[in-house]
Design a protein around this ligand. Structure first.
Ligand code: NAD
Ligand code: UGA
Length: 458
């Protein structure tokens, strides 16, 4: 079959895999290849056991893999044979040298640029899908256009806004697609080529364009605003606990103002995920670099409140359980950073588990999808940790349950039965305000919600 367009994606992760599966699904006339340096990841993409859990992804892969979607480790051939190259490699926080703990580590990104330069035999459009500091595309252009051999590269910014757990819906019906380009004749033409791909299923009015720096910056700012809402409501949850107000009632009342809106106002044990913290720190680093100290401090406080919220959760547990957790068995319900994903990157559960172990508690970890990652995250941690998938079995013999991920299945458990199997007094610390607190209290639990008065039997 002759394909109309040949598309490559470098980086077969949480973004590269699902995004390319959606393009392949919606555009059967395009051939889409996804490459990665990690052979195990590629093997998993080519097997029935996909490397990530994402609702609806299995069906999308089943419909496209081998038809017009291919996963491979042959990066060189991929670059040679394709004209449109998305780059969705990881851009973690730098852990060494200048900017350690703040700036984005661009080594994978730069390595990719050099690979594209080394293996290209014709002109290409190179698209930043990864989240990057503003002006990265300038560095990309400089590397790519460093050889005077007649091959031209147009760099576009096309940040991804999908959220894990709802990635397939987000890709199918995004709020917007943002394409940033140089405002030159070539830049505008490249922008048009990319817009045509999305126009296969996305209404024209949702495909927006901008200059390339605005596009890069918009992605960091969108994540910073989302995280800021969570830190705002989490800070208020602390106040509610002191003032005997109910954070759920406050967020409902505040969110009904159409200027504010009701989404992303759920108080929690803290936000996790691979991006919020890293992207805010990246923004903070950029601001400091430009000498904007006040702006940097403002955004940094979003991360500070998130750290505070996680530590506060532990302190509430300690306070409620007679100021000692030593020797007590605590069950964690949920380890993923949010429901409907197996991803545990930056999950508050990692911090909570480590702090509980520091307090010499025994930890039982339970999660329907994330136990494999949880084992890796806690490997080498001193202390007693066990892993039990079924939540009721995990809670048996425990002094307390700490609910950390809002998996729907936790709502539907037989709490009477669970109560009977636990040590008394039995505690529930609901880090997501997911459960029916009154019902659990009536069964006999001492219930500690977030941002609401506790329900205790003494
Ligand atoms: P990931 O770690 O899951 O995937 C990145 C992949 O790139 C890995 O499989 C890695 O092996 C591969 N890689 C690294 N260097 C490579 C190279 N030189 N050649 C080929 N492959 C290489 O990361 P992710 O979660 O998919 O995120 C990727 C980017 O997208 C990040 O910048 C992130 O900030 C951004 N983003 C992520 C999400 C999300 O929900 N995870 C959403 C929007 C944007
Ligand atoms: C987030 C953004 O929502 C995406 O738009 C963005 O593309 C992505 O980051 C990224 O750049 O990686 P994601 O981290 O997958 O997506 O998931 P979210 O739904 O945003 O949740 C992030 C964290 O905030 C989770 O730990 C979640 O439990 C928490 N959260 C979310 C709350 O505590 N309260 C809320 O009201 C909402």
């Amino acid at each position: 079959m002759i394909f109309e367009k040949k598309i490559l994606c470098i980086g077969a992760g949480y973004v590269g895999g699902p995004t390319m599966a959606m393009i392949a699904f919606k555009c059967p006339r395009y051939r889409v290849t996804v490459v990665d340096i990690d052979p195990e990841r590629i093997e998993a993409w080519n097997s029935p056991d996909l490397p990530i859990y994402e609702p609806g992804l299995d069906q999308l892969i089943a419909a496209t893999r081998g038809r017009n979607l291919f996963f491979s480790t042959d990066i060189e051939a991929g670059i040679r044979e394709n004209d449109i190259i998305f780059v969705s490699v990881n851009t973690p926080t730098k852990s060494f040298g200048l900017g350690a703990g703040m700036a984005a580590d661009l080594q994978y990104w730069e390595k990719t640029a050099r690979q594209i330069l080394a293996f290209s035999e014709s002109s290409k459009i190179v698209i930043e899908k990864s989240t990057l500091p503003v002006k990265t595309s300038l560095a990309m252009e400089r590397i790519l256009n460093s050889r005077a051999n007649g091959i031209l590269f147009d760099v576009l910014s096309n940040p991804e806004f999908l959220a894990e757990g709802t990635a397939i819906r987000d890709l199918e019906q995004p709020d917007r697609i943002l394409i940033g380009s140089r405002e030159t004749e070539r830049g505008l033409k490249a922008r048009q080529t990319l817009a045509e791909i999305y126009a296969n299923w996305i209404p024209q009015e949702k495909i927006i364009t901008s200059n390339i720096w605005s596009s890069e910056l918009s992605k960091l700012v969108a994540n910073a605003f989302l995280a800021q809402r969570i830190s705002s409501i989490n800070s208020i949850s602390a106040l509610c606990e002191k003032a005997e107000a109910d954070v759920g009632e406050v967020s409902r009342a505040v969110g009904m103002d159409s200027r504010i809106g009701s989404k992303f106002l759920n108080a929690s044990v803290g936000f996790g995920g691979s991006c919020f913290k890293k992207d805010i720190l990246n923004l903070v680093y950029l601001c400091r670099n430009y000498g904007l100290e006040e702006v940097a401090d403002y955004w940094e406080s979003v991360v500070r409140i998130n750290d505070y919220q996680q530590e506060r959760f532990i302190q509430n547990m300690l306070g409620a359980m007679f100021n000692t957790l030593a020797g007590k068995r605590i069950c964690l319900w949920g380890f993923a950073f949010k429901a409907d994903t197996s991803d545990t990157r930056e999950s508050p559960a990692i911090f909570i588990a480590r702090r509980l172990l520091e307090e010499r508690a025994e930890v039982v970890v339970s999660d329907p999808k994330a136990l494999k990652n949880a084992r890796l995250d806690l490997a080498g941690t001193a202390g007693r940790v066990s892993y039990v998938e079924a939540p009721a079995r995990a809670a048996a013999g425990c002094h307390a349950i700490a609910l950390l991920t809002e998996w729907d299945l936790y709502r539907r458990l037989d709490f009477k039965k669970i109560f009977k199997t636990m040590e008394k007094p039995a505690f529930i610390f609901d880090g997501r305000n997911l459960l029916d607190h009154r019902r659990c209290f009536d069964i006999g639990f001492n219930v500690y919600p977030l941002g609401r008065p506790p329900l205790t039997h003494y």
